[in-house]
Design a protein around this ligand. Sequence first.
Ligand SMILES: *[C@@H]1O[C@H](CO)[C@@H](O)[C@H](O)[C@H]1NC(C)=O
Ligand SMILES: *[C@@H]1O[C@H](CO)[C@@H](O)[C@H](O)[C@H]1NC(C)=O
Ligand SMILES: *[C@@H]1O[C@H](CO)[C@@H](O)[C@H](O)[C@H]1NC(C)=O
Ligand SMILES: *[C@@H]1O[C@H](CO)[C@@H](O)[C@H](O)[C@H]1NC(C)=O
Length: 182
Amino acid sequence: MRALLIIPALCGVLLTYNTGLNNAVVFKFTNFICESYNTSWFVFHNCRLKAVSRNKVLLNMNGTILHPAYDIHLHIQVLKRANGYKPWLFDQKLDVCQFIRYRSNPFATLVFGLFKEFSNFNHTCPYMGTQIVKDFYLKYELLRLPLPTGDYMLTMGWFLDRKLQFDTNVSFTFVEDILKKN
Ligand SMILES: *[C@@H]1O[C@H](CO)[C@@H](O)[C@H](O)[C@H]1NC(C)=O
Ligand SMILES: *[C@@H]1O[C@H](CO)[C@@H](O)[C@H](O)[C@H]1NC(C)=O
Ligand SMILES: *[C@@H]1O[C@H](CO)[C@@H](O)[C@H](O)[C@H]1NC(C)=O
Ligand SMILES: *[C@@H]1O[C@H](CO)[C@@H](O)[C@H](O)[C@H]1NC(C)=O
């Protein structure tokens, strides 16, 4: 594939060829893991991915918070795969109740922007009862961040009353230009 592309590149054709393919992006989920460490506070009923086409994977989650949560902290980390997943750029602790009120954290705003329309999380604290993410898929238009092609994992550790109660770890793949992958 690469060898075939070098020839038109020399003629200056590759540029036009490439611009036509700028939208050739893959941005999709590859794995989703949920685990509760305290089922008397948080229970997962459903946590799964479903591929609806080659490049579109839906994420569904259904869980219940059994007692009102007023103090919620999120440990959010991004890992990138390179001989196993390695920490990559983001490693932050976030006060969720404060974030929901003031949208004070740019990275969390980006992540929240990707999924808020698919969930029922868009309200202030406390959180209680059913927590739903329905048919969430990744939209490249909402990714306002230059991201190198690769496989990533976004790990989210949820702390209620300062203790880790559950994890939601999601993996995704991003390919900026399908041609370059070869
Ligand atoms: C989620 O990822 C973190 C690494 O940031 C890891 O410590 C934790 O065990 C993972 N949780 C699950 C349920 O795999
Ligand atoms: C588990 O959840 C209950 C609330 O249902 C809470 O009282 C208890 O402190 C939690 N345990 C830990 C270790 O956080
Ligand atoms: C979430 O799971 C609960 C318990 O299984 C179920 O009663 C409820 O209908 C589910 N909600 C959605 C929207 O799937
Ligand atoms: C979510 O919250 C923001 C900020 O409070 C608000 O502007 C927006 O209308 C809310 N969206 C939904 C779907 O509730």
